[in-house]
Write a protein that binds this ligand. Structure first.
Ligand code: URA
Length: 431
């Protein structure tokens, strides 16, 4: 087989067989096919797409390129959750302990943030002492002992994705539906859970900018998961404004704690409860909102988070430590009305410029900085009332205020964003 023939085939809109996909993934992972040829193939896939069968074959070949985690020594149905990325997205920090508080085991691998998006692993590492690197044995033992663990994704998992993602990043081929679906699902499948909840975000702060594309991606990933024996449900969720009230690692940890203590923004609390009900269903239980609410109310869910923090090297005091930033400056409304826009992308970028995120993979993060919103889209506001507070350890420049002006709009009408736009599940799961 010659690789040039495969580029030619995809260029003309042809479909690859499983052995052809194995040839190029294995060849690339082994260093036998150069970047420039894979780049040409990625661009051909970008323009001509892939059939569902090709995406399944690509995903499973990618899974086989690295280690696969065997969670069979943990009793029960293990449910994983993945978000396609966003701003202020602290859902995992709330959902994982809440689900574990029901006795449903959660063994979760998470990623880091880049650019305007945050990552759960960075957030957890902002708790002093918290270790996100555990051996597979320690990871499984912890889940067996206390019912939950969240760690960073092992470098050994889906090696082909690391190479391909880095190349996609520099060849303008990240936003290809089959390539995104195979990249995400290969990592979820290799991480070993039996069932998967996918949070496919849509809006300015997300990969998918419109609901139609988010829905196509969600359907593709649900079909893919089901085809390879993983019960999968996707929710399409709004990321046109940040999730909740905070952006920035320690600020988000503190907001997650608020929700787990049955406080905080009621919309965020309701959103997490909606997702938790779906996870209960994925784990094979009837959804039980009353039980979930009870576990927030009586502190059971919060104590699960504390147990996890302590098991992974942190302390409750470190978890609850208040923010210490040199500068705290408020940004206020220029006129009265209703908040019509809090642009997630721009606010995520502002938080990144304050030091809360990385512009490149090697940047370090300042855990104490970020943004706290006083208002959400749809809220009424008076002129001079605070919309948000910036936390920073460097003087806040004029350009930050210019960006805030672009991010925020006030209108005469109240209109808010629904958290869950749509739920996508396979026909077999519908009951
Ligand atoms: N997240 C991933 O892991 N892969 C993609 O291709 C896009 C988002």
């Amino acid at each position: 087989m010659h690789f040039l023939e495969l580029i030619e085939k995809k260029k003309l809109g042809g479909q690859f067989s499983k052995s052809e996909i194995e040839f190029w993934i294995e060849g690339y992972a082994a260093g036998d096919i150069p970047d420039y040829q894979i780049s040409a193939l990625l661009m051909a896939i970008y323009f001509n797409g892939m059939s569902k069968q090709e995406v399944i074959d690509l995903t499973m070949t990618m899974v086989a390129s690295g280690v696969q985690i065997d969670l069979s020594s943990i009793e029960g149905i293990k449910v994983d959750k993945h978000s396609t990325g966003g701003v202020g997205d602290k859902v995992t920090l709330i959902l994982v302990p809440l689900i574990a508080s029901l006795g449903i085991p959660v063994a979760k691998m998470s990623g880091r943030g880049l650019g305007h998006t945050g990552g759960t692993i960075d957030k957890l590492e902002s708790i002093a002492g918290f270790k996100t690197e555990l051996s597979t044995t320690q990871f499984i033992d912890q889940v067996n002992q206390i019912g939950l663990a969240v760690i960073g994704q092992s470098d050994q998992l889906v090696k082909a994705d690391k190479l391909l993602y880095a190349l996609r990043d520099v060849t303008a081929t990240v936003d290809s539906m089959p390539l995104i679906a195979s990249s995400i699902m290969s990592k979820k499948i290799a991480a070993g859970s039996d069932a998967i909840l996918l949070d496919v975000t849509v809006g300015s702060g997300a990969f998918m900018k419109n609901v139609e594309n988010a829905e196509s991606l969600a359907r593709l990933m649900v079909d893919l998961g089901e085809q390879v024996g993983r019960k999968t449900i996707a929710v399409i969720t709004d990321m046109s404004e940040p999730l909740g009230l905070t952006i920035g690692n320690r600020l988000e940890i503190l907001e997650a704690v608020d929700i787990l203590k049955n406080q905080g923004l009621s919309e965020l609390r309701a959103f997490v409860l909606d997702l938790a009900e779906i996870m209960q269903k994925l784990a094979g239980y009837p959804s039980n909102r009353a039980q979930l609410e009870q576990n927030l109310l009586d502190g059971t869910a919060y104590h699960k988070l504390v147990e996890m923090v302590e098991a992974q090297g942190g302390t409750e005091a470190a978890l609850l430590k208040p923010i210490e930033a040199t500068y705290q400056e408020t940004y206020s409304a220029k006129k009265s009305g209703f908040i019509a826009q809090l642009d997630a992308l721009i606010l995520g970028e502002v938080a990144m410029y304050l030091g809360a995120g990385r512009q490149t993979k090697t940047d370090t993060i300042d855990n104490e900085v970020g943004i706290v919103l006083a208002k959400k889209v749809g809220d009424s506001i008076q002129a001079d009332e605070t919309i948000l507070t910036l936390y920073s350890n460097q003087r806040i420049s004029d350009s930050i205020y210019q960006q805030l002006e672009r991010a925020i709009q006030i209108s005469d009408f109240a209109q808010s964003n629904p958290s869950i736009i749509k739920i996508i599940e396979s026909e077999d799961n519908l009951s």
